[in-house]
Design a protein around this ligand. Sequence first.
Ligand code: COA
Ligand code: AMP
Length: 633
Amino acid sequence: MSNLYDKAYEQSINDPDGFWGPIAEECHWYKKWNKVLDDSNKPFYRWFTGGETNTCYNAVDFHVDNGLGDQDAIIYDSPVTDTIKKYTYSELQTRVAGFAGVLASKGVAKGDRVIIYMPMIPEAVFAMLACARIGAVHSVVFGGFAANELATRINDAKPKVIVSASCGIEVKKVIEYKPLLDKAIELSDTKPGSCIILQRPQARATMKDGRDFDWDDEMAVAVPRDCVPVKATDPLYILYTSGTTGQPKGVVRDNGGHMVALKWTMSAIYGVEKGDVYWAASDIGWVVGHSYIVYGPLFKGCTTILFEGKPVGTPDASAFWRIISQHKVKTLFTAPTAFRAIKREDPKAQLMKDFDLSCFKYLFLAGERLDPDTLSWAENALKVPVIDHWWQTETGWAIAANCVGLHKFDVKPGSPTKPAPGWNMAVLGDDGQPISAGEIGAIVARLPLPPGTLPTLWQNDQRYIDSYLSVFPGYYETADAGFIDEDGYVYVMARTDDIINVAGHRLSTGGMEEVIAGHPDVAECAVMGVEDSLKGQIPLGMMVLNAGVQKDPAEVVKEVIALVRDKIGPVAAFKTATIVKRLPKTRSGKILRGTMRSIADKKEYKVPATIDDYSCLDEIEDSLGKIGYGNKA
Ligand code: COA
Ligand code: AMP
């Protein structure tokens, strides 16, 4: 007998117009679309062409106009500043309209870019929504990135205005953002017209006359702005994500498809309705934060939690339980690494006992593979369904999930369950042909992708095609490898490129190698992701020094670690590296990163027949052993 999921899935694939059209009717449109799915310019499929809407209206004003003005829209819970502050939808509207006025006064108009480099504070959300309100395109940059990474994004997005804050707070450390911002602007070729800086009491930023403006001063004189109609296909935001090189990819999200898809996912995937409290414990700098701290819950009329803290240390491993019970959270979404951190501090979940969690219905995890240990620990401790779901910055929402709002399937550990409606998935072999159930290959999605996914990369259609559509024509390449079993459950096993996943954060080992290769004493290097019991993976660097370098090797290691932190940022968590005489390579010169990774992780491996020198593997084992990896540790 077919269930709601089966029906929805079947229709979404065979009749996308009939599926998404009625869902879109639940949103507010100034002008209705001409076409639900527009395939007139393949492979650039577009959704809701001809339609006009406003994302901010749908996230904020729509609820005020429909009687939800007094309901909490945002609960800002910040243990690091000892603050809890609530904003109703009406208050949110006032703040957002005000800040839209500030942006407009600095010359920001429809289509202009605004970079937001801020910690987890309500003003960051106001700024995002204010951009959407006037049709500007925001690009949020995660606070843990260094000046150099910020500069790369400034150069690509060419923002008219940058919005930032004087500092962020990482547990007890105050991280000054303004010096990083100043350095990034100095490094970049494009200079913003103005910067708007929120001064936080923990650190005051030094302002540059004529360029920097104080958030509060500007808000005090702002003339509020109303929502402007934008095309469904106009860009709402750019979010940069790691590619295989140091040049990040600018993932574009449009207004119409994004709004329709995200609003629908709130009930279909997460099982929440208007008025429910929904919490994504992530950061607005990541896609999870965009989709499920800000847009999804607000489109749906939920109350969203903005948490400025960590799963442990703010003040301890009970932080999540305190928030769930205090704010009556129904659904929590975070990364498995957060639960591994809690489990490490409080293995028996003793701290949970002090809290009434009867409001809590579902835990959703994503961002990295959900290891069976963490899954069973969370299930046993929380006694609610623990749902793994798989997605990417590019997709904006889940590719595969147990869509509890449609039908709850049995959980199979290691699998994020079945493709979500809209996702026509396949697993292909090296020859590009579909392979049998249970066999590992490249996981791909048949085009068109559903609404809300990336239509292209920012001003780089060719890179979009080259990165995602060219290897398997007619398909989107996820760059994840895995299989689909006989019951249709998807299993995501590993990336097929050199992206690694550190504490749910996506990082490019290629990008780190580029930085390390820039050290004057390094001849060549390889960075690979090795297993880590807390963060899932961490980067490990192997370096060969230039002939004749006299410096103490430990000194070079220290300098290289500092260099990666300085160029990419602390979020890279690059803390382990070693020096070797040679790197193992094939005769054609390809570095055997996979072989070294297997040695470090104590996994069986086959040495490729094309290796140029077997003896160098012994030295690799010895070197890894000295820093605590592999069988010789
Ligand atoms: N601004 C400035 N620095 C930041 C930052 C920010 N917004 N976020 C992280 N950093 C810094 C941290 O302070 C740390 O610096 P350090 O090397 O000086 O200690 C470094 O970047 C690494 O941070 P993180 O990866 O968060 O590791 P952690 O050891 O501080 O915490 C966890 C580990 C598991 C507790 C943490 O990663 C976490 O809470 N994860 C939750 C899941 C999540 O957010 N996932 C995102 C996608 S869903
Ligand atoms: P990001 O773009 O930062 O969201 O990272 C996306 C990548 O994280 C995916 O391509 C996967 O490699 C990995 N990922 C995300 N969610 C899962 C999951 N549930 N299971 C396995 N891997 C995941």
